[in-house]
Design a protein around this ligand. Structure first.
Ligand SMILES: Cc1cc2nc3c(=O)[nH]c(=O)nc-3n(C[C@H](O)[C@H](O)[C@H](O)COP(=O)(O)OP(=O)(O)OC[C@H]3O[C@@H](n4cnc5c(N)ncnc54)[C@H](O)[C@@H]3O)c2cc1C
Length: 495
């Protein structure tokens, strides 16, 4: 890294899905000089581009590798919270599944200026740059999903109605096309500086104004303001470390902001594993030749390396009672070992159930100088019940979808035949879909940490723009909504 200048008009913290869009929007509006500060490295590693290689990025130095606090709802277990740590952020390690969410998700936020009518044109603009499209060569097992719910043609499934099928992805020519590709790199020029490998430790607040950030002891100043785009964990953490938050979670409090770090939530999820000969991608003798050919096939856009692992999805009502979808399933045509070993032999597939609109809430705190991520899964047992019902329905749906190509369920299988057993299994095995949001809720009410124009309440010239500002998680995956938030934020900030 070259030695950075020390003064910019704007400093954007985090080059993730939202931060890349914020920075590009400021540059395109000629708002001034912009420095984007990213804790992780550049995204120029080949694994970032190869869809299947995300399995090797998770757990690497390009993943923050956060861990939750032990959760009562999960029988005291802690779970991994992967977050991308490089240019492109979590959008550089994710599965690239592309969903906007439902119109009612945004209308339900009840925040002036953020209804579906307000955000739909912003999604259009984002999609003009990311060009999400149907996976070119899905595994034949994934194609089976279109049989469900009376058939969905080749349309992607929709969280608005019961549907299943191959998803759309932000891939171009079979390679990841993240917010760094769609927004940040096209904005390159003399006014944009991207500083990698530097972690913002805290804000520099002068009077009631954000005037810069600290990289360790080094101060970078911002004449027009600072934008927090460090994600749902990073952004509230920077505020807490800067003395902005609830009194029980900050040292040297400068602003009492009781809701900073509150309202943390994610889509809880739990999966089913299926295994059998001639089934999905896996390490078997029969597939040895296919694996040997896989680098070549990848260049042709085919085979396991070209698969973003999640290939298909379904939205359905967990209880099957005709009501609207309340769960999402991700379909992965790979054998996945339920004990978690990455290289276990076998052929098969995997599908999960995630609660679309969870009621449980947790909290992110700092205690004794340490980050404490209390995800709060199943604090509201309604989520546990919905997920449990959903797994029973998934069992039937998988049998219907796969027909003659169905492989036997190997986990949880016989361990979960009654509702009570399945519920216990969920507590023992559930995780999340990796969609944490909500820790800097935006709202028009005075206690919301962030205003509808994304200003952090109580500090001038400070904005938050990333998944943390969602009052409630959208009903599907959160990358597209995060880019939409970043793109929109730039227009507010430049104005
Ligand atoms: C493994 C995985 C799979 C996923 N799959 C999908 C999917 O298929 N589809 C989908 O829609 N969503 C998916 N998601 C979720 C989606 O990627 C995220 O919701 C989205 O990227 C969040 O965007 P963001 O801008 O809020 O944060 P991020 O993209 O995480 O960006 C935050 C950035 O800030 C940086 N940062 C943090 N703290 C600091 C600091 N102190 N100083 C400097 N920089 C800092 C980080 O390194 C990171 O680059 C997945 C997520 C993961 C982790």
């Amino acid at each position: 890294m070259s030695t950075p200048a020390t003064t910019y008009d704007y400093i954007v913290v985090g080059a993730g899905s939202a931060g890349c869009a914020v920075a590009a929007g400021l540059i395109e509006r000629e708002a001034g000089t912009v420095a984007v500060i990213e804790a992780g490295p550049q995204d120029n590693h080949p694994f970032v581009k190869i869809p299947m290689a995300l399995i090797w990025l998770m757990g690497s130095r390009r993943d923050w590798q956060f861990k939750s606090a032990p959760m009562a709802g999960l029988n005291g277990r802690q779970i991994n919270i992967p977050r991308g740590r490089m240019v492109g952020g979590s959008g550089s390690i994710n599965s690239m599944v592309w969903f906007r969410g439902r119109a009612s998700d945004f209308d339900g936020w009840n925040v002036p200026g953020w209804t579906w009518a307000d955000v739909a044109p912003v999604f259009d603009a984002v999609e003009g740059r990311t060009a999400p499209n149907r996976l070119a060569n899905p595994h034949p097992l994934t194609e089976n999903l279109h049989r469900l719910f009376g058939g969905n043609g080749i349309a992607p499934p929709s969280p608005d109605y019961e549907s299943a099928g191959v998803c759309h992805f932000n891939l171009q020519n079979g390679r990841r096309w993240s917010a760094a590709d769609a927004f940040l790199r096209p904005a390159a020029g003399p006014d944009l500086t991207v500083i990698t490998g530097q972690e913002v430790s805290r804000l520099h607040v002068q009077g009631d104004r954000a005037a810069g950030v600290y990289l360790g002891d080094t101060l970078l100043t911002a004449t027009k303001g600072v934008v927090l785009s460090a994600g749902s964990i990073g952004s509230p953490d920077i505020l807490l470390r800067s003395g902005i938050g609830p009194s029980d979670s900050v040292e040297d409090q400068i602003i009492d902001a009781p809701e900073v770090g509150q309202n943390l939530h994610d889509h809880p999820g739990c999966g089913m594993h299926f295994a059998g000969v001639h089934s999905g991608y896996g390490l078997t003798l029969r597939q040895a030749a296919a694996w040997a050919m896989s680098p070549l096939n990848y260049l042709r856009g085919k085979g396991p390396l070209a698969s973003p692992t999640v290939e298909g999805a379904a939205f359905f009502n967990a209880r099957g009672d005709g009501a609207e979808p309340d769960v999402q399933s991700h379909f992965i045509p790979f054998f996945m070992n339920h004990a978690g070993s990455r290289y276990a032999p076998g052929s098969g597939y995997f599908a999960d159930v995630c609660v679309c609109r969870p009621k449980s809430r947790g909290r992110l705190m700092r205690r004794d100088g340490q980050l404490h991520i209390a995800l709060g899964l199943f604090n509201d047992e309604a989520d546990l019940d919905t997920l449990t019902h959903g797994l029973f329905r998934l069992r039937h749906l998988m049998a219907d979808a796969m027909g003659d190509t169905a492989a036997p369920e190997v986990h949880p299988a016989g361990k979960a035949t009654t509702f009570e057993d399945m519920r216990d299994h969920v507590r023992d095995a559930a995780g999340t879909a990796y969609h944490p949001v909500g820790t800097l809720r935006m709202g028009a009410d005075a206690t919301a940490p962030v205003t509808p124009q994304l200003q952090v309440r109580g500090v001038d010239a400070l904005w938050a723009a990333d998944a943390s500002i969602m009052p409630a998680v959208t009903s599907a995956n959160t990358n597209a909504p995060s880019m939409m938030i970043g793109h929109r934020a730039a227009s507010f900030i430049a104005a």
